[in-house]
Structure formats: structure tokens, C-alpha cells
Write a protein that binds this ligand. Structure first.
Ligand SMILES: O=C(COP(=O)(O)O)[C@H](O)[C@H](O)COP(=O)(O)O
Length: 323
């Protein structure tokens, strides 16, 4: 059976960043698996299982860095991989329930991070953020609604300008927000006496490093220089089981045209979309399960997956070769 049009569209939207941000990507992938199961018509149970694996591979191949994507896909596919079914209807129902369960968990997690993280915000704070993170927005909006008053500085986040989304959303919520160029971070930290930095995450490694939008690690360095708390907000499904055995996180390299269209001859362009901030520069990670120091990331992974490191490392769905 061919992959349904709507599922292909979701995969394409993730690839082209119409759907972006690690949490949204994960929820979209779960939804795509649900639609794929709902739309399946022809063939028997074995064909259905093969077809679902094909859809899973397609989804996972869309973007390489945010582990929320394979984690969401594996969460849903686990029910198919680890259970025996009488017929397609039973298997279909299991996929739909697992996908709905993931989406619900994810939405609740972002809300809970907002409640937990809002306690860290104080009236008078001057907060710097980078890129656009729903977990960070959740914290800021929850804190603001609880009556705390603060100012947010949002970086533009070149080359895709996700900072505009953050600035727009915060302004809509009534939060005073100033948009600044990425290169102004150190100047803003000093001149505006920033009191804390809060960013999201695409992947958290077993040793507590955080992979997030390119530029995050420079901001962490600037925060360390001025002894400002550097806080990461993330759902636990962005913790990477593959890193338990040292598998490196692939940093997405995006098209050069995003940096400069038609560059003059002789100029090469690099466009890495993410970078890694080492645990030493991170003060705390706010998750839906509570606040942890980065060094406890391995414990979160153990609690989530309850598998041996070797089993955890084998969770990744293979690259899509079906085109
Ligand atoms: O780096 C990005 C988005 O990168 P891109 O725009 O390239 O996807 C965000 O900080 C994290 O994904 C967290 O976002 P959230 O908290 O919404 O999951």
C-alpha cells in the first residue's frame, strides 16, 4: 500500500520546517502514524506491519537531530513490534491509542514544564531566550499569567528567524519582549543585566549535554562569563537513549541558500542547524518530571526506557531507503 498523501505531506512539512520545534515534530510524527493506520485498506496483518514500518522510516528520515522524532515514532511502533495481534483492526486500534497517548502526554508535559519552570521566574527578571521553544514559551506565559512581571530578550535566530515567532507569541500574551540580533547577545547580557537564560532542547544526551538551535552554546558561554543561570526546558522524550552507549548526535546541515542565495564564486557556506552545550554550562533542566541537574540525564533515561544500554542503542529506526 502506498503511503497516504496526508502522511507524505506531514513528512514533507517536517523536512521543510513548516512543522518545526522538537515537540511539535514529535506530535506530528505520532499523528502521521495514526493517520497511516486509519487509512490502511488493502492486505493482511503482515503487510500492515511492513507498511507501518515503512511509514516509520519515512518519518524518522525527515530531520536527523531532534531525538523526539525517533522517540515518538518508536513509542507508537513499540505496540506493534512487541505484541501479537489477531487481525488488522486490533493492530490498527493499538497504533491509534498509542499515538493519541503520546500526543496527550506531550501536550500535558509542555503544560507541566510551564508550571514547574514558572516558579523559577521572579518579578524584575530580564530573561534571554534563543530560537522558538514551546516549552520555554509555556514557562514564560505561565509565569506572566501568575502575576510575575519581567522582560524577555529574544534573539532573531538566523538564518531561519525562529526568534520572530517567539517575540510574536510573547507579545500576544502581553509579555514585554525585545528582539535582538544573535550577535548582540553578550552586549545585551551586559547592558541589560540579564538575570537568566532559558532555552529549549532538541536532544539531551546521557551525559547531560543539550543539543539545541545553533548559537545556543555561545549563549551558554556568555551566560557563564557573567554567572547567569542557564536553564533548559524540555520534555523527557528529548532525552536520547542512543547516547547512552556514546552514539554521537547528528547535527543537521541545512541548505546553504538559507544563509546566502547566489554567493559570489569562491565562497563556501556552512549551515549547521544545531550545536551542543556541554553539561558544565547548564545549571538545570526543567522537565515535566521535575527539575534535574544535567548530570542526572542518564537516570532519567534509565527510568524512561528501563532497558540495558545496548538495547537502548538499538532503538533507532533505520534510514528510509524507499524514497
Ligand atoms: O531548536 C529548536 C527548534 O529548531 P528548529 O526550528 O530547527 O526545529 C527549539 O529550541 C527546540 O526544538 C525546542 O523546541 P520545543 O520546546 O518547541 O520542542
Amino acid at each position: 500500500m502506498v503511503v497516504p498523501e496526508e502522511v507524505r505531506r506531514i513528512a514533507e512539512d517536517i523536512q521543510t520546517m513548516k512543522i518545526r520545534g522538537a515537540g511539535r515534530i514529535a506530535r506530528a510524527a505520532a499523528r502521521a502514524l495514526m493517520i497511516a493506520a486509519q487509512e490502511y485498506k488493502s492486505g493482511g496483518l503482515d503487510e500492515f506491519l511492513d507498511y507501518m514500518e515503512q511509514v516509520a522510516r519515512l518519518l524518522v528520515s525527515t530531520r536527523p537531530t531532534a531525538v523526539s522524532l525517533p522517540n515518538a515514532v518508536n513509542y507508537v511502533m513499540k505496540v506493534l513490534r512487541e505484541n501479537k495481534f489477531q487481525d488488522i483492526e486490533e493492530a490498527r486500534k493499538a497504533v491509534i491509542e498509542a499515538a493519541q497517548g503520546f500526543i496527550e502526554y506531550s501536550e500535558q508535559a509542555v503544560k507541566r514544564i510551564g508550571e514547574i519552570g514558572a516558579r523559577l521566574i521572579k518579578t524584575g527578571d530580564r530573561i534571554l531566550t534563543h530560537c522558538n521553544s514551546s516549552a520555554v514559551e509555556s514557562i514564560l506565559v505561565t509565569a506572566w499569567r501568575s502575576g510575575k512581571r519581567f522582560h524577555v530578550y529574544a534573539t532573531e535566530t538566523r538564518p531561519r528567524f525562529q526568534g520572530y515567532i517567539t517575540a510574536r507569541n510573547l507579545a500576544k500574551a502581553g509579555i514585554p519582549v525585545t528582539l535582538v540580533p544573535d550577535s548582540a547577545v553578550l552586549q545585551v547580557i551586559e547592558a541589560k543585566r540579564i538575570t537568566r537564560v532559558i532555552v529549549g532542547a532538541d536532544t539531551v544526551t546521557a551525559n547531560g549535554a543539550v543539543i539545541n538551535k545553533i548559537g545556543t552554546s555561545q549563549i551558554a558561554l556568555a551566560a557563564r562569563l557573567h554567572r547567569i543561570p542557564f536553564i533548559v526546558a524540555t520534555e523527557t522524550y528529548k532525552f536520547s537513549p542512543y547516547t547512552v552507549v556514546g552514539q554521537p548526535v547528528e547535527i543537521e546541515e541545512r541548505p546553504p541558500e538559507e544563509v546566502l542565495e547566489n554567493p559570489p564564486p569562491g565562497i563556501r557556506i556552512r549551515n549547521p542547524a544545531f550545536d551542543a552545550t556541554p553539561p558544565e554550562y547548564i545549571d538545570m533542566i526543567v522537565t515535566e518530571r521535575g527539575i534535574i541537574p544535567p548530570k542526572s540525564a542518564a537516570l532519567v533515561l534509565w527510568e524512561m526506557f528501563r532497558r540495558s544500554p545496548v538495547e537502548m542503542s538499538q532503538l533507532r529506526v533505520e534510514e528510509d531507503t524507499t524514497g
